[in-house]
Design a protein around this ligand. Structure first.
Ligand SMILES: Nc1nc2c(ncn2[C@@H]2O[C@H](COP(=O)(O)OP(=O)(O)OP(=O)(O)O)[C@@H](O)[C@H]2O)c(=O)[nH]1
Ligand SMILES: [Mg+2]
Length: 304
């Protein structure tokens, strides 16, 4: 399956919603105040933020009403505008050749898809590279087991600490092993919820500081994983995590399971943080490098 087909198939909840409603509104009609008003509410209910919707509406307003197929003209205009917003956020974190070794720290609230995404990424990196996976969620045995399953399937190496050990100290020991044994990648999984009252963000800041102490900051990626089914509520999470931790890229998961995929556009418009991957299902191959064009055209049910 081509990368585009993958986007198109998996984003069908969002694209069905958008394209069918837009078709209903514009079929045999022209671009006027009434149809634009309808379009505005369609876009808003797909969790696209108001500032983005305003941008989109103002370009659709310029669509020539004489166009034979108004619906296609509207969809094409929307896709072009959305692609312009998304384009600057594309970043392929694993293809930057200047850095031989990389440390990926995965953060995000519980259930957002950190562990699954780590498994998928390690699977895609493949066995030519030496990968060490560190389980720093020391509070839940199930968390370690879930990560271990991925590690075993991918044939990676695994490092974890004692139950309830300070996550930062596990991360520190993992970094020592990574450096001593000359791994290409260290991928750190963290907890999304803590068993006690310490603040999650503080805990992560501590973990990251410990890792930075012995490693060059340029080789550390702090990846915020967001659950796409949360729609516009993802913005709050970018706010909370981004304030204290220098998030270097975002991964939005579960876009296969939601009609709220439009929220990705709101995030791209509001924050200058790159979007490296999108999660499009639960299987190892269901993680795709983010592509502005594929995303923009897929959610409007257009062809490549
Ligand atoms: N459909 C779909 N499900 C996903 C995707 N990514 C993750 N999931 C599922 O979401 C659930 C939670 O994922 P986890 O990887 O365990 O999330 P986590 O962030 O590690 O959660 P905690 O360890 O509790 O903080 C699992 O059932 C995954 O299979 C995706 O892109 N699509
Ligand atoms: Mg997890």
């Amino acid at each position: 399956m081509s990368l585009f087909s993958k986007f198109k198939n998996k984003l069908n909840k969002t694209s069905n919603y958008l394209s069918s409603n837009i078709l209903n509104s514009f079929q045999n009609k022209k671009v006027d105040n009434q149809t634009l008003e309808e379009l505005e509410s369609i876009l808003i209910s797909a969790d696209i933020s108001l500032d983005v919707v305003e941008k989109l509406i103002s370009s659709v307003r310029k669509v020539k009403t004489l166009d034979q197929d108004v619906t296609t003209a509207v969809l094409e205009t929307l896709a072009k505008e959305i692609e312009i917003i998304l384009q600057p956020r594309e970043r392929k974190i694993l293809e930057e050749k200047d850095q031989k070794q990389k440390i990926l720290i995965f953060i995000g609230v519980n259930g957002s898809g950190k562990t699954t995404t780590i498994g998928k990424i390690a699977n895609q990196i493949g066995n030519e590279k030496k990968i060490l996976i560190a389980g720093c969620d020391t509070f839940r045995a199930a968390a370690i087991d879930q990560l271990k399953d991925w590690v075993e399937n991918n044939k990676n190496d695994f490092f974890s600490g004692r139950a309830n050990q300070d996550p930062a100290s596990v991360a520190f020991q993992a970094t020592e092993k990574f450096n001593k044994e000359n791994y290409d990648y260290l991928i750190i999984d963290t907890a999304g919820r803590l068993s006690n009252n310490t603040n999650l963000v503080n805990q992560l800041v501590k973990l990251k500081n410990v890792v930075s102490k012995t490693n060059n900051d340029t080789m550390i990626e702090t990846i915020l994983v967001l659950d796409g089914t949360n729609g516009s509520n993802m913005i709050k999470q970018v706010e909370i995590f981004g304030k204290e931790l220098d998030v270097s890229s975002i991964i939005i998961t579960k876009l296969d399971g939601t009609a709220k995929g439009g929220a990705l556009i709101s995030i791209a418009n509001k924050y200058e943080i790159p979007i490296s991957y999108v999660g499009l299902g639960e299987k190892p191959e269901d993680l795709s490098v983010f592509s502005a064009k594929n995303f923009a055209r897929s959610i409007l049910n257009l062809e490549e």
